[in-house]
Design a protein around this ligand. Structure first.
Ligand code: HEM
Ligand code: HEM
Ligand SMILES: Nc1nc2c(c(=O)[nH]1)N[C@H]1C(S)=C(S)[C@@H](COP(=O)(O)O)O[C@H]1N2
Ligand SMILES: [Mo]
Length: 342
C-alpha cells in the first residue's frame, strides 16, 4: 500500500500557485484553440486543474487558520479567497447547471471576469508570503503526492461529468467548448453580443461601400446591392461565442477568395466600421465568407448588417460584424493581440 504523507504548508501553497496558473492559461487556451471538438481536451484539463484547487482545501484550511491568527492585514487575502471561491463556483455552475444568465451576464462571464480580478489579488497575496521551492521538493514523496492530488482531481472531474449526465442536467448538452445551443436556425432568437466595449453602429445602406484592398491591383468599392447580387454561396456554420452559447445558421454571402484570391504572404485584415479588426492567415481565404444574409433574410443590425464575416471553426470573436474593409496586410496574423481589445 502506498501511504501519501500530507504535504507541508509550503508545498500546498506552491501547488495552489501551479494549479491557479495552469487553470488561467488553459482557460484562455480554450478560448483560443477554436470551436473544433478537439478543444474538449483543453476544457477537460482546465476543469481538472480547477477542481484540483478544491482537493487542496483541507490542507489550505489549516494554513488559513494559522495565518488568520497572525497580526497582519487580512482583508486582501480574504478578498482573494472570496474571488477564487465564487469564480470556481461560477465555472462549475456553467458546466453543470447550464447557461444561467442574469441581465445579460452569464455564469461563464462571471467566471472569466473573476479569474482576471484574481490575478492582482494573487500577486498581492504571494508578495508578502514568499514560498521558495527547494531541491528536496523533487522527491519520490512529492511525486506521489502530486499523483494523488492529480488523481483525486481527475476522479472529481469524472464524478461531476457522470452526475451531470445521469441526472440529465443541462451540462450534458454542452458542446466541446462548454457552450450551450441557443437559436439555431432562428437568427432572430440568437443573442446579439459584442466582445468587450463595441456597440451596434447606425449604418446608411444606400451610401454603404465595402472596400476591398488587393495587393498590386486597384481598390474595389462594392455597394450593398452589388454585394447582395454577388452573394451566391450558402454555408451552414456554427457561431460559438466565448460567452458560453452557440448557434448553427445558414449564412449566405461572398466567399472572401472571390474578392481577394488567396494571398501568398502577410495576413488578411477584416475591419469593422467600428474599428474592431481581426487578421487571418492567408490560406483561410477560401473558408471565410462575407455574409449578407442569414436564414434566408438580410442580416439584422445587431448581427452585423450590411455584411459580417463567417469564420468556420473559429470562436465568435473572429466573426467581425459591420465589415467595412478587407485587405492584405504585410504583418503576419499571429502578431496581433490573441484577443480583441475592444
Ligand atoms: C486558492 C488560492 C489561495 C487562497 C484562496 C488563499 C487564501 C489565504 C488566506 C485566506 C490566508 C489567511 C489570511 C492571511 O494570511 O492573511 C492565507 C494565508 C497564506 N497563504 Fe494563501 N491562498 C491561496 C494561495 C496561496 C499561494 C499560491 C501562496 C504562495 C505561493 C499562499 C501563501 C500563503 C501563506 C504563506 C499564508 C500565511 C500562513 C501563515 O502566516 O501562517 N497562498 N491564504
Ligand atoms: C485561475 C482561474 C480559473 C479556475 C480556477 C478555473 C476553474 C474552472 C472549473 C473548476 C470549471 C468547471 C469544470 C467542470 O466542472 O467541467 C471551469 C470551467 C470553465 N472555465 Fe475556468 N477557471 C479559471 C479561469 C478561466 C479562464 C481565464 C477562462 C477563459 C478565458 C475559463 C474558461 C472556462 C470555460 C469555458 C469553462 C467551461 C468548460 C466546460 O464547460 O467544460 N476559466 N473553470
Ligand atoms: N465589430 C465587431 N464584431 C464582432 C464583435 C464585436 O464586438 N465587434 N463581437 C464578436 C463576438 S465576441 C461574437 S460572439 C459575435 C456575435 O455575433 P452576433 O451578435 O451576431 O451573435 O460577433 C463578433 N463580431
Ligand atoms: Mo463572443
Amino acid at each position: 500500500m502506498v501511504v501519501v504523507v500530507p504535504p507541508p504548508s509550503r508545498q500546498t501553497n506552491l501547488a495552489l500557485l501551479l494549479l491557479l496558473a495552469g487553470a488561467f492559461v488553459t482557460g484562455w487556451l480554450a478560448f483560443g484553440v477554436g470551436a473544433w471538438p478537439e478543444s474538449r481536451v483543453v476544457a477537460v484539463v482546465h476543469g481538472i486543474l480547477g477542481l484540483g484547487i478544491l482537493v487542496l482545501v483541507p490542507w489550505k484550511a489549516v494554513i488559513v487558520r494559522r495565518g488568520l491568527r497572525r497580526r497582519r492585514r487580512h482583508a486582501p487575502a480574504v478578498a482573494f479567497a472570496v474571488v477564487v471561491a465564487v469564480g470556481l463556483f461560477a465555472g462549475i455552475v456553467h458546466a453543470t447547471l447550464g447557461p444561467l444568465e442574469v441581465s445579460g451576464v452569464s455564469a461563464l462571464d462571471v467566471h472569466v471576469a473573476l479569474a482576471v480580478v484574481a490575478v492582482p489579488l494573487l500577486l498581492l497575496h504571494v508578495v508578502g508570503r514568499r514560498q521558495r521551492p527547494r531541491t528536496t521538493d523533487l522527491s519520490r514523496r512529492t511525486a506521489l503526492r502530486a499523483i494523488a492530488i492529480g488523481g483525486t482531481a481527475a476522479l472529481a472531474y469524472g464524478a461531476v461529468e457522470a452526475t451531470t449526465s445521469t441526472a440529465h442536467l443541462p451540462g450534458a448538452r454542452r458542446r466541446a467548448t462548454g457552450s450551450y445551443e441557443v437559436g439555431s436556425g432562428a437568427p432572430s432568437t440568437m443573442p446579439v453580443t459584442q466582445w468587450f466595449t463595441d456597440a451596434v453602429p447606425r449604418v446608411d445602406l444606400a451610401s454603404f461601400q465595402l472596400l476591398v484592398t488587393r495587393p498590386g491591383a486597384s481598390t474595389l468599392r462594392l455597394s450593398h446591392s452589388e454585394l447582395l447580387a454577388m452573394s451566391g454561396a450558402t454555408r451552414s456554420e456554427v457561431l460559438d461565442c466565448t460567452g458560453g452559447w452557440w448557434a448553427e445558421q445558414t449564412w449566405r454571402g461572398v466567399p472572401l477568395d472571390a474578392l481577394l484570391g488567396t494571398p501568398d504572404h502577410g495576413s488578411i485584415a477584416v475591419r469593422s466600421m467600428t474599428g474592431y479588426t481581426r487578421h487571418f492567415p492567408p490560406h483561410d481565404a477560401p473558408a471565410l465568407l462575407l455574409a449578407t444574409q442569414v436564414g434566408g433574410a438580410p442580416l439584422s443590425p445587431g448581427h452585423g448588417a450590411p455584411v459580417r464575416l463567417v469564420a468556420p471553426g473559429r470562436r465568435g470573436f473572429w466573426w467581425v460584424k459591420w465589415v467595412e474593409q478587407v485587405s492584405v496586410e504585410p504583418q503576419p496574423w499571429w502578431s496581433q493581440s490573441p484577443f480583441p481589445l475592444q
